[in-house]
Design a protein around this ligand. Structure first.
Ligand code: URA
Length: 243
């Protein structure tokens, strides 16, 4: 069984930030197996040793947690940022080792997986894995059959290679005050910076609204409002790991 530092154990199990819990340890508020421990580096086995904070047992959380987050516009996909609100601001009070799997632009909404499972994140983001990501977008201009064709062949967005074949579905094309707009669904298998916006730009269109609907087998839950999240079900976790 993996051993971890006492301060890490306390912080990961909701006792406070790393610096707060170090203070509690030095103030003799923490016992391990009935003994007061004053060293934050003390090593323990999370599921074997009994830890008390001010006399109350700390029950270890499961090793990994997975949340389906409906990212709202206006926050950045980072763990911390000195200027902007981050997606992790929505998880205040949750374990401190959670992070977003990949990035959505500040103005993009939709599905973001939040977890502390580094191996799964690495797998989902690995360029060679080509995990499908489907977006809904409202764009300027008329989406056409030719766009479907071009995107299915790959387009030049200024990277070393053309984009991998992508699937474009045209949901609607409409005209408002002499301007054309389209609603589309686009499935891509990569995750380059601003990828959807750059692909649309090549077609002479501008993304006006962008929302991620799915990543691999994971779908955005329509009952989650922007800013809301829920834990993944066992089935959702299993099918993501099966990918
Ligand atoms: N493509 C973009 O252009 N932006 C995103 O946020 C995600 C994909």
């Amino acid at each position: 069984m993996k051993q971890i530092r006492l301060d890490k154990f306390l912080a990961e199990n909701g006792a406070g930030t790393r610096s707060q819990v170090k203070k509690y340890i030095r103030q003799k508020q923490v016992q391990v197996n009935g003994e007061i421990i004053t060293s934050p580096e003390y090593k323990l086995s999370p599921f074997q040793d009994q830890v008390l904070l001010r006399g109350t047992p700390l029950i270890p959380l499961p090793e990994f947690e997975y949340y389906l987050f409906h990212k709202p516009a206006g926050c950045v996909s980072a763990v911390s940022d000195s200027r902007h609100k981050t997606v992790m601001d929505y998880f205040r009070g949750y374990r401190s080792d959670l992070f977003p799997v990949g990035r959505l632009d500040k103005d993009t909404e939709g599905l973001l997986l939040i977890t502390n499972d580094g191996a799964l994140a690495h797998f989902l983001l690995a360029p060679g894995k080509h995990v499908d990501k489907t977006y809904y977008a409202r764009i300027s201009g008329k989406a056409t059959q030719e766009d479907i064709q071009l995107l299915s062949q790959g387009v030049d967005i200024g990277e070393k290679r053309l984009t991998l074949p992508a699937r474009l579905e045209i949901l609607s094309v409409s005209q408002e005050e002499n301007q054309w707009f389209s609603e589309i669904k686009l499935t891509i298998r990569e995750g380059k910076f601003h990828q959807v916006k750059r692909m649309m730009h090549v077609l002479g269109k501008e993304v006006l609204y962008l929302k991620r609907l799915s990543m691999g087998s994971l779908q955005l839950d329509p009952s989650l409002k922007p800013g809301a999240f829920r834990a993944l079900t066992e089935e959702e976790i299993a099918s993501l790991k099966e990918l």
